[in-house]
Write a protein that binds this ligand. Structure first.
Ligand code: NDP
Length: 269
């Protein structure tokens, strides 16, 4: 049976590791032509070679998503090579998780917003006109369960991921009449390189391994979403009642978090 994704041009940001790299492998296995975008060129080249050796098609597209000129040049190159982008998996991002007063304003706050939110918007902004002109395309934005529930230590990260959810919902409504689909994906904790960049504050509260998804499990859902476009995918499913609870009784959730966590661990001099 011919894959729905065969020959589709899939542009993936954050393709040098984690969800981006694993989804690139899976998209390529389904016959898609993948464009690998991120900053670490050596990683992208190694992944492209791996995909090509397995009979797939991959193009390396180095980019820092915080630099608008680089984003625009990258999309221009992809369009020159392939003439179109069928699926954009806008995934690059990182989290610095700590009490707000410990976050560095430049490295941890501005850069986090610049990559996770502004960068994602700029990439989508660069690709969208071509999708609108073709009256076709699917944009998948990587948010997080932190795009639904705002926990202590996640203040800036959650702000970016709530922002991604708001942007996703608004844009979906803007472009749906023109044949362009926009989806959000909201995973819980997964084993990737994310933890290497998140800082030390959460080390003692690390999610137990049995509750962490594999990167490939998330990638499989990304590829499934590309083949079955819909508004949102939340995974694992058991976060749904948690979001519902937080929305319905936020005062109770505040009290539990403050008593069980913040009063014990947030030390202010
Ligand atoms: P990784 O650290 O493995 O991957 C992050 C990717 O983002 C890398 O490929 C990195 O590439 C890229 N990236 C970071 N900064 C930039 C930049 N300025 N320009 C271009 N690319 C950049 O982590 P994950 O795979 O876990 O993260 C992918 C996404 O998933 C993120 O948006 C993250 O917030 C989200 N997420 C992660 C969860 C988890 O538990 N792991 C849970 C829910 C959401 P390079 O450094 O080469 O530029």
């Amino acid at each position: 049976m011919k894959s729905k994704l065969a020959n589709k041009v899939v542009l993936i940001t954050g393709a040098s590791s984690g969800f981006g790299a694993d989804s690139a492998r899976l998209f390529a296995r389904r016959g898609a032509r993948v464009v690998l975008a991120a900053r670490r060129l050596d990683r992208l080249q190694a992944l492209a070679e791996e995909i090509q050796a397995a009979g797939g098609e991959a193009l390396v597209a180095p980019v820092d998503v915080t630099r608008r000129a680089e984003v625009e040049a990258m999309v221009k190159t992809v369009l020159e090579v392939y003439g179109q982008v069928d699926i954009l998996f806008n995934n690059a991002g990182f989290g610095r998780l700590d009490w707000l007063e410990n976050l560095d304003p430049d490295r941890d706050i501005e850069t986090q917003v610049a990559v996770n939110l502004t960068g994602l918007i700029l990439v989508t902004r660069a690709v969208l006109p071509h999708m609108l002109a073709r009256r076709a395309g699917h944009i998948i934005h990587m948010s997080s369960v932190a795009g639904w529930i705002a926990a202590p230590l996640y203040s800036v990260y959650a702000a970016t991921k709530f922002g991604v959810r708001a942007f996703t919902d608004a844009l979906r409504r803007e472009v749906a009449p023109f044949g362009v689909r926009v989806s959000g994906i909201y995973p819980g904790p997964a084993a990737t390189e994310f933890g290497q960049h998140s800082g030390q504050a959460l080390k003692e509260f690390k999610t137990p391994a049995f509750l962490r998804m594999s990167s490939e499990a998330v990638a499989r859902r990304v590829v499934w979403l590309a083949a079955h476009p819909r508004r949102a995918v939340i995974l694992p499913w058991y976060y749904r009642p948690v979001f519902f609870f937080d929305a319905v009784v936020p005062g109770l959730v505040d009290r539990v978090i403050q008593t069980a966590f913040v009063r014990r661990y947030h030390k202010v001099g």
